[in-house]
Write a protein of this length. Structure first.
Length: 225
Protein backbone atom coordinates (compact mmCIF):
# COMPACT_ATOMS: atom_id res chain seq x y z
CA UNK A 1 0.00 0.00 0.00
CA UNK A 2 1.21 3.49 -0.86
CA UNK A 3 -0.20 6.78 0.45
CA UNK A 4 0.38 9.79 -1.81
CA UNK A 5 0.19 13.15 -0.02
CA UNK A 6 -0.13 16.67 -1.48
CA UNK A 7 1.62 18.69 1.28
CA UNK A 8 -0.05 22.06 0.63
CA UNK A 9 -0.85 22.41 4.35
CA UNK A 10 2.49 20.98 5.56
CA UNK A 11 5.16 22.52 3.29
CA UNK A 12 7.98 21.24 5.52
CA UNK A 13 7.16 17.70 4.35
CA UNK A 14 7.63 18.45 0.64
CA UNK A 15 9.28 15.52 -1.13
CA UNK A 16 9.66 13.45 2.04
CA UNK A 17 9.05 9.69 1.94
CA UNK A 18 9.01 7.08 4.69
CA UNK A 19 7.56 3.71 5.58
CA UNK A 20 5.27 3.10 8.54
CA UNK A 21 3.99 -0.34 9.52
CA UNK A 22 4.48 -1.61 5.98
CA UNK A 23 2.79 1.39 4.33
CA UNK A 24 4.84 3.62 2.03
CA UNK A 25 4.23 7.35 2.53
CA UNK A 26 5.17 9.73 -0.29
CA UNK A 27 4.82 13.52 -0.27
CA UNK A 28 4.64 15.35 -3.57
CA UNK A 29 6.93 18.33 -4.28
CA UNK A 30 6.11 21.98 -3.65
CA UNK A 31 7.99 24.74 -5.44
CA UNK A 32 8.71 28.21 -4.10
CA UNK A 33 5.01 29.06 -4.11
CA UNK A 34 2.94 27.39 -1.39
CA UNK A 35 -0.60 28.19 -2.55
CA UNK A 36 -2.61 29.19 -5.58
CA UNK A 37 -4.03 27.50 -8.66
CA UNK A 38 -0.60 26.78 -10.13
CA UNK A 39 0.42 24.88 -7.00
CA UNK A 40 -2.81 22.84 -7.00
CA UNK A 41 -2.40 21.94 -10.68
CA UNK A 42 1.20 20.88 -10.11
CA UNK A 43 0.30 18.71 -7.11
CA UNK A 44 -2.65 17.12 -8.92
CA UNK A 45 -0.44 16.27 -11.91
CA UNK A 46 2.18 14.76 -9.62
CA UNK A 47 -0.45 12.64 -7.85
CA UNK A 48 -1.90 11.38 -11.12
CA UNK A 49 1.51 10.59 -12.66
CA UNK A 50 2.75 8.75 -9.56
CA UNK A 51 -0.51 6.80 -9.27
CA UNK A 52 -0.16 5.65 -12.90
CA UNK A 53 3.44 4.52 -12.32
CA UNK A 54 2.44 2.47 -9.28
CA UNK A 55 -0.09 0.50 -11.39
CA UNK A 56 -2.45 -0.11 -8.43
CA UNK A 57 -5.48 -2.39 -8.41
CA UNK A 58 -7.55 0.23 -6.56
CA UNK A 59 -7.09 3.93 -5.78
CA UNK A 60 -8.84 5.39 -2.71
CA UNK A 61 -9.15 9.15 -3.17
CA UNK A 62 -9.76 11.38 -0.17
CA UNK A 63 -12.14 14.33 -0.60
CA UNK A 64 -14.38 15.10 -3.58
CA UNK A 65 -12.90 18.61 -3.90
CA UNK A 66 -9.43 20.11 -4.05
CA UNK A 67 -6.16 18.60 -5.24
CA UNK A 68 -7.09 14.92 -4.85
CA UNK A 69 -10.35 15.33 -6.78
CA UNK A 70 -8.46 17.17 -9.52
CA UNK A 71 -6.02 14.24 -9.71
CA UNK A 72 -9.04 11.92 -9.98
CA UNK A 73 -10.32 13.96 -12.93
CA UNK A 74 -6.91 13.68 -14.63
CA UNK A 75 -6.86 9.90 -14.10
CA UNK A 76 -10.33 9.55 -15.63
CA UNK A 77 -9.13 11.41 -18.74
CA UNK A 78 -6.18 9.06 -19.36
CA UNK A 79 -6.91 5.89 -21.41
CA UNK A 80 -4.55 3.82 -19.21
CA UNK A 81 -6.45 4.64 -16.01
CA UNK A 82 -9.91 5.56 -17.28
CA UNK A 83 -11.41 2.20 -16.26
CA UNK A 84 -9.41 1.78 -13.05
CA UNK A 85 -11.50 1.33 -9.91
CA UNK A 86 -11.49 4.74 -8.19
CA UNK A 87 -13.03 4.77 -4.71
CA UNK A 88 -13.82 8.20 -3.27
CA UNK A 89 -13.89 9.05 0.43
CA UNK A 90 -16.52 11.62 1.41
CA UNK A 91 -15.86 12.84 4.97
CA UNK A 92 -17.67 16.20 4.67
CA UNK A 93 -20.40 17.73 2.56
CA UNK A 94 -18.32 20.33 0.74
CA UNK A 95 -20.82 21.91 -1.70
CA UNK A 96 -24.15 23.69 -1.31
CA UNK A 97 -25.70 22.91 2.04
CA UNK A 98 -22.24 22.23 3.48
CA UNK A 99 -18.90 23.99 3.85
CA UNK A 100 -19.47 26.05 0.72
CA UNK A 101 -22.16 27.99 2.59
CA UNK A 102 -19.81 28.67 5.52
CA UNK A 103 -16.35 29.40 4.11
CA UNK A 104 -15.75 32.78 2.41
CA UNK A 105 -14.43 31.39 -0.88
CA UNK A 106 -14.40 33.65 -3.98
CA UNK A 107 -17.47 33.12 -6.21
CA UNK A 108 -15.46 31.43 -8.98
CA UNK A 109 -13.92 28.99 -6.50
CA UNK A 110 -17.35 28.17 -5.08
CA UNK A 111 -18.67 27.33 -8.54
CA UNK A 112 -15.65 25.15 -9.27
CA UNK A 113 -15.88 23.28 -5.95
CA UNK A 114 -19.60 22.70 -6.44
CA UNK A 115 -18.90 21.22 -9.87
CA UNK A 116 -15.99 19.16 -8.51
CA UNK A 117 -18.00 17.56 -5.73
CA UNK A 118 -20.94 16.67 -7.94
CA UNK A 119 -18.70 15.27 -10.68
CA UNK A 120 -16.52 13.24 -8.30
CA UNK A 121 -19.48 11.69 -6.46
CA UNK A 122 -20.95 10.62 -9.81
CA UNK A 123 -17.69 9.42 -11.38
CA UNK A 124 -16.39 7.28 -8.49
CA UNK A 125 -16.76 3.51 -8.75
CA UNK A 126 -17.72 3.44 -5.08
CA UNK A 127 -17.90 5.97 -2.26
CA UNK A 128 -17.00 5.65 1.43
CA UNK A 129 -18.59 8.06 3.92
CA UNK A 130 -17.59 9.03 7.45
CA UNK A 131 -21.12 9.18 8.90
CA UNK A 132 -24.64 7.84 8.43
CA UNK A 133 -25.83 11.32 7.41
CA UNK A 134 -23.25 11.48 4.62
CA UNK A 135 -24.17 7.95 3.51
CA UNK A 136 -27.82 8.97 3.21
CA UNK A 137 -27.08 12.21 1.33
CA UNK A 138 -24.57 10.56 -0.99
CA UNK A 139 -26.87 7.65 -1.79
CA UNK A 140 -29.68 10.06 -2.59
CA UNK A 141 -27.42 12.13 -4.84
CA UNK A 142 -26.03 9.06 -6.63
CA UNK A 143 -29.52 7.69 -7.22
CA UNK A 144 -30.67 11.03 -8.67
CA UNK A 145 -27.61 10.98 -10.96
CA UNK A 146 -28.37 7.52 -12.31
CA UNK A 147 -25.67 5.73 -10.28
CA UNK A 148 -26.17 2.84 -7.88
CA UNK A 149 -26.87 3.90 -4.30
CA UNK A 150 -25.61 0.47 -3.16
CA UNK A 151 -22.04 1.52 -3.98
CA UNK A 152 -21.96 3.92 -1.00
CA UNK A 153 -20.52 2.49 2.22
CA UNK A 154 -20.08 3.68 5.82
CA UNK A 155 -16.40 3.95 6.84
CA UNK A 156 -16.16 6.05 10.03
CA UNK A 157 -13.05 8.01 10.92
CA UNK A 158 -11.34 6.66 13.99
CA UNK A 159 -8.53 4.60 15.50
CA UNK A 160 -8.01 0.86 15.19
CA UNK A 161 -8.93 -1.63 17.93
CA UNK A 162 -5.59 -1.56 19.88
CA UNK A 163 -5.72 2.23 20.15
CA UNK A 164 -9.38 2.08 21.18
CA UNK A 165 -8.35 -0.30 23.96
CA UNK A 166 -5.75 2.22 25.16
CA UNK A 167 -8.39 4.95 25.21
CA UNK A 168 -10.74 2.70 27.21
CA UNK A 169 -8.00 2.04 29.79
CA UNK A 170 -7.27 5.77 30.05
CA UNK A 171 -10.97 6.55 30.50
CA UNK A 172 -11.09 4.11 33.40
CA UNK A 173 -8.23 6.03 35.07
CA UNK A 174 -9.59 9.50 34.29
CA UNK A 175 -9.83 10.81 37.85
CA UNK A 176 -6.49 9.30 38.87
CA UNK A 177 -4.80 10.98 35.90
CA UNK A 178 -6.41 14.33 36.74
CA UNK A 179 -5.12 14.09 40.30
CA UNK A 180 -1.67 13.05 39.09
CA UNK A 181 -1.30 16.15 36.90
CA UNK A 182 -3.18 18.50 39.20
CA UNK A 183 -5.88 19.14 36.61
CA UNK A 184 -9.15 19.95 38.34
CA UNK A 185 -10.64 22.37 35.81
CA UNK A 186 -12.12 21.47 32.39
CA UNK A 187 -9.49 20.25 29.93
CA UNK A 188 -9.32 20.37 26.12
CA UNK A 189 -6.63 18.20 24.50
CA UNK A 190 -5.60 18.46 20.84
CA UNK A 191 -3.20 16.01 19.21
CA UNK A 192 -2.22 16.10 15.56
CA UNK A 193 -0.96 18.61 13.03
CA UNK A 194 -1.38 22.39 13.04
CA UNK A 195 -1.03 23.73 9.47
CA UNK A 196 0.07 27.30 8.87
CA UNK A 197 -2.78 29.87 9.06
CA UNK A 198 -5.47 27.20 9.30
CA UNK A 199 -8.41 27.82 11.64
CA UNK A 200 -6.18 29.11 14.45
CA UNK A 201 -8.61 32.01 14.87
CA UNK A 202 -11.27 29.50 15.97
CA UNK A 203 -8.97 28.12 18.68
CA UNK A 204 -8.04 31.63 19.83
CA UNK A 205 -11.72 32.59 20.08
CA UNK A 206 -12.46 29.47 22.15
CA UNK A 207 -9.57 30.25 24.49
CA UNK A 208 -10.87 33.78 25.09
CA UNK A 209 -14.38 32.50 25.85
CA UNK A 210 -13.15 29.77 28.21
CA UNK A 211 -10.47 31.44 30.34
CA UNK A 212 -10.62 28.78 33.08
CA UNK A 213 -10.06 25.85 30.74
CA UNK A 214 -6.66 24.17 30.58
CA UNK A 215 -5.49 23.60 27.00
CA UNK A 216 -3.07 20.78 26.23
CA UNK A 217 -1.72 20.84 22.66
CA UNK A 218 0.50 18.00 21.43
CA UNK A 219 1.19 18.80 17.81
CA UNK A 220 3.63 19.37 14.99
CA UNK A 221 3.30 21.42 11.82
CA UNK A 222 4.12 24.77 10.28
CA UNK A 223 1.46 26.47 12.42
CA UNK A 224 3.30 25.65 15.68
CA UNK A 225 5.28 28.69 16.76
Amino acid sequence: MTVLIPPYDSPADTGKTWEREGVQMENMWLGDEKSGMGVYLSLANQLARRARRLRPDVIHIFKPVGVAALAMWLLKRQPATRDLKLILDNDDWEGRGGWLDVNPYPPAQKLFMQWQERWALRAASQVTCASDVLVERTRRFRAQSGRSANDVHLLPNGPDDPLRAQVARAEARREALRAQFGWHQPIAIYTGTIPLNHDLDIAACAMRRLPDMRWVIIATGDGVT
